[in-house]
Design a protein around this ligand. Structure first.
Ligand SMILES: *[C@@H]1O[C@H](CO)[C@@H](O)[C@H](O)[C@H]1NC(C)=O
Ligand SMILES: *[C@@H]1O[C@H](CO)[C@@H](O)[C@H](O)[C@H]1NC(C)=O
Ligand SMILES: *[C@@H]1O[C@H](CO)[C@@H](O)[C@H](O)[C@H]1NC(C)=O
Length: 406
């Protein structure tokens, strides 16, 4: 097969620039021996034979993938859905991946969404949450020779879709409860003492919808996204009516202020700052749509599936110059994180996209499960852990995560 792909690409180059180039090719020099698990896609696959067809499913989480596209007239395309890595920009991808990149499933968990992956550097553990009550955490202990999976519960119980580490504590965007009456918002968790407590749990008496993800701004404020997804969970909201529009807020620890900073996204979801703190990245997963009347969830491919960048105001009170920088190639963009060098790593459907600071697509990591969020972990800060529907995965590569504030 490899020969035939090479032969047809050679044929294409003999015919000239107007000839068709097979989509999937071995990556010259760097990863030739890893074909077809590492594929290079020249010219971003800009031209497909005209009978191509991508079929869309409207079920959230079961949406189509690029690799599921039918491309009858290109023998090489069959490799796309099975590859571990798809590369569009080999020069930059080789620096990101290093000589021996790998992607593997580490654990199988219940077939429901898992989120809020967070690395605790003092404990050398990754924590994440199943997004169904009763509240609990999974803990991946990296101190063991082979990572092990345990469970634990905080006091009081807490869970949620977003988490971060900051100065010895974990902060959650989620819901906590003493009594079974779930209250959404920002929470803090001391993983040593096991104690959790609310940090901000209302907006002048209104309930937040789904505090979904959070990031610490350069001045120490916590920026967080709030959307409607948890209304699809009857255990959480029973018959609650939606009280607030989907929005992005900032919380000021020194004063307790919660300030609206954007209501421009359909479903604000992931959020992260660039290493210099001047740019904020946000995802809008509005294509996964909650109907306000009956709280049902549908996937509509032509709605927002977008990563935005914006300039943080010098005052730290908001952002300007919001610009779309990436349209998700598969499903919706969910959690995102930024590498130490400024690459933006976004969970998108069955995998993770790596974009440069301007949103230019460099490579994609592919998985056999839907990835909802990612986090760097480990002493070297170069392993990327992925959580989502039913599985937990790990990428080993050369891309180092942004520094944690100890
Ligand atoms: C967490 O709790 C432990 C045990 O109570 C305490 O020693 C430690 O200072 C707490 N950490 C933070 C960051 O507050
Ligand atoms: C929610 O609505 C359903 C159907 O109308 C009703 O059976 C149920 O008792 C309600 N639950 C609460 C907690 O009010
Ligand atoms: C929910 O409402 C939407 C329209 O707003 C409708 O298309 C859908 O069928 C409804 N679902 C249920 C379960 O009633």
């Amino acid at each position: 097969m490899m020969q035939s792909v090479l032969a047809s690409s050679m044929a294409a180059s003999l015919i000239g620039t107007s000839a068709y180039t097979p989509i999937a090719q071995p990556c010259p020099a760097h990863y030739e021996a890893r074909f077809p698990s590492i594929l290079c896609i020249p010219n971003y696959g800009a031209v497909l034979p005209e009978t191509f067809e991508r079929t869309i499913s409207s079920i959230p989480g079961h949406a189509d993938t690029y690799g599921s596209t039918t491309v009858a007239d290109d023998e090489s395309f069959q490799y796309v859905s099975k590859a571990d890595f798809l590369i569009w920009d080999l020069e930059r991808a080789a620096k990101i991946l290093g000589p021996k990149p790998s992607v593997e499933v580490m654990f199988e968990v219940e077939n429901l969404p898992h989120e809020a992956p967070v690395y605790h550097p003092e404990l050398n553990m990754v924590l994440f949450c199943p997004l169904r009550p009763p509240p609990s955490f999974y803990v991946v202990d990296l101190n063991d020779e082979k990572p092990t999976l345990k469970t634990r519960t905080s006091d009081p119980p807490l869970f949620g879709p977003g988490a971060l580490y900051h100065k010895g504590l974990l902060y959650y965007c989620g819901s906590g409860t003493h009594s079974g009456n779930y209250v959404g918002g920002l929470y803090a968790y001391n993983a040593t003492s096991g104690k959790a407590w609310p940090v901000a749990n209302n907006y002048f008496g209104y309930n937040f919808g789904t505090c979904d993800d959070l990031a610490v701004a350069p001045n120490g404020d916590i920026w967080f996204t709030d959307n409607w997804y948890s209304y699809a969970l009857p255990e959480l909201h029973q018959n609650n009516t939606i009280q607030l529009e989907p929005a992005i807020y900032r919380y000021v620890p020194s004063t307790g202020l919660v300030q609206l900073i954007s209501d421009a996204l359909d479903a604000p979801n992931g959020i992260a700052f660039s290493p210099d703190g001047r740019t904020v990245y946000m995802t809008d997963s509005g294509a996964d749509r909650i109907t306000p009347d009956n709280h049902s969830l549908r996937y509509i491919a032509h709605r927002r599936r977008t990563v935005y960048a914006a300039d943080v105001l010098p005052s730290g009170t908001g952002f300007v110059n919001k610009r779309a920088i990436f349209l998700s190639q598969d499903r919706v963009p969910d959690g995102l994180k930024v590498s130490r060098a400024g690459y933006v790593v976004v969970a998108t459907g069955s995998g993770v996209d790596v974009l440069d600071r301007d949103g230019v697509h460099v490579l994609r990591v592919q998985t056999d499960f839907t990835v909802l969020n990612v986090v760097w972990a480990g002493k070297e800060n170069t392993d990327l852990w992925m959580v989502g529907w039913g599985k937990v995965g790990r990428v080993k590569w050369a891309l180092e995560g942004n520094h944690l504030v100890r």
